[in-house]
Design a protein around this ligand. Sequence first.
Ligand code: ZN
Length: 651
Amino acid sequence: MEVFAEKFADIKILRYSVPEFEKLELNQKIYIYYLSQAALCGRDILWDQNNRHNLAIRQVLENIYQSFSASRETEEFDQFEVFLKRVWFSSGIHHHYSTEKIPAGFSETFFDELIGKSDWTAFKTPSGQNFEILISQIKNIIFNPEKDAKRVNLESDKDLVYSSCNNYYQNVSQAEAEAFYSGLKAAAGAEPVSFGLNSTLVKENGKLIERVWKLNGKYGKAIEQIISWLDKAKGYAENEIQKKYIGHLIEYYTTGDLSKFDQYSIDWVKEQAGDVDFVNGFIEVYGDPLGIKGSWESIVNYKDQEATKRATILSENAQWFEDNSPVSPEFKKTEVRGVSAKVINVAILAGDCYPATPIGINLPNAEWIRETYGSKSVTIENITQAYFLDSMGNGMLEEFAGSAEEIERAKKYGYLAGNLHTDLHECLGHGSGKVLEGVNTDVLKNYYSTIEETRADLFALYYIMDEKLIKLGLVPSIEAAKAEFDAYLRNGLLTQLTRIESGKDIEESHMRNRQLIARWVYEAGKAQNVVEFVRSEEKTFVKINDYQELRILFGQLLKEIQRIKSEGDFEAARDLVENFGVKVDRQLHEEVLARFKKLDLAPYAGFLNPVYELKTWPCGTPNDVLISYDEDYTSQMLRYSKEFGFLPVEN
Ligand code: ZN
């Protein structure tokens, strides 16, 4: 399977593989299949939530794309195609990230030609609307920059609700919406439902009412489909508690009752035994400037056995790592417990997780449920892997790595080493060490998170080169550690600067911690030439001359950073962060930016889903699920519109 699929505008489309899907039990495969159908059925909901004209615009654009009879070999048609691809990517006419309206890139005259030379005989206008009126409305939205300019406006000098053209509020001002929901919250107890999460707030005849998203309510046609697939899935659930929470979810979709959603969330958090898991509902609230309305999304996933085993091995040996670290004895924990992390693979992405997707999940969002019942936090292995594979082919490595040997090592061990670094950082690093009695780490103030991330990273860097990891069977050879050292310094000293604007310093704490570590070991090892900058053909590279000595330096810095945390030494924290983590070498920064620009990489990425096929032949009952990866971007989008276009278009 090829990871890279295509590139347009500022976007690249990638594919993720679904590792070892074939090895899952038949019941699990069928369970995943039904859940993935439930996931795809909600697509139109998100489109309509993003803007009330999106579904009508999508229908018009797709009809043009499929029936335009004049030449497609023109610059303007190319632009039209790019526009359509961008609209698909964003589930609507606004950029998925900036939320600003996507510029058409072709003229209004050309749009008239597209309309004139396409076949509209089978096209149904929304609720019997006049075709000419519909087209003129759509033209106004596409070509008038003032009309529906931004999906989510967060500039507080304007009415946030009126100035945002999402579809969560109708004829309602910010003040009215805020008053409405703060009234509901004030009347609720200590365990409030997520008021307003699943409804459109509308003013009708001077009164505010909620149009609830439920069966027989708004979005009912799509929700009906979701329910029917969830119901089928329920029969293949792995255990009773999964069955129970699917039941709650169906009740919630049927009634719109938010307390059912809380019951679902509580049981969902409790369920840890199964391998297959999913999210399906109105979840994240970033699409609403008031942070109340949940955009629809779904992800179906299952446990990655190998990666989870890796994290478990580390966690079981946590005490050994603590006892043998270079940290002073008085700052070590006598009894340490590793955190066992769960690693998953996604099987389908949908709604607000498609095509752009997160690399981790941390839910539920309700604060009181998190406090009482905890939360699930997972990393998505196959998405991370797709990003890694893509990064190996996009030219970044060749541009910034100092030697052919370094490139070779990165390709061979980089992925494993990167994952192991993350595991060491998360499962052991953060949990190691102890703070002296009477010390409150709050005294490190704004430097706390940089120091804490530095500590966890150093723990990982120090141990990734330890013989112990080879003994535990986690790495094949010391070469993996070398690949991680190369990558860490290359990033900390060079490539992460591509994310900083010219003239600016580093602010984000993970970026600060990476430069702090890289700069510090560079300076500390200068006399012995452990790490050096080398210049070749006007370009700067990082060269590690002594990997063992570098490991010792990581250990020394770890010892000091642990002391700083354990004693709450604010001055030392400040000096380290300010001297090594914040300031950027201007000349080097400009050079890195120029080299990066030449690579012309797309800043945003999204993923195609695989295609699942349920086999029921010859006896009519499901007996296998097949998976394939050859569907291209345009085919997938058109198929989803055709097979999962359940909502009536209103305009
Ligand atoms: Zn961390």
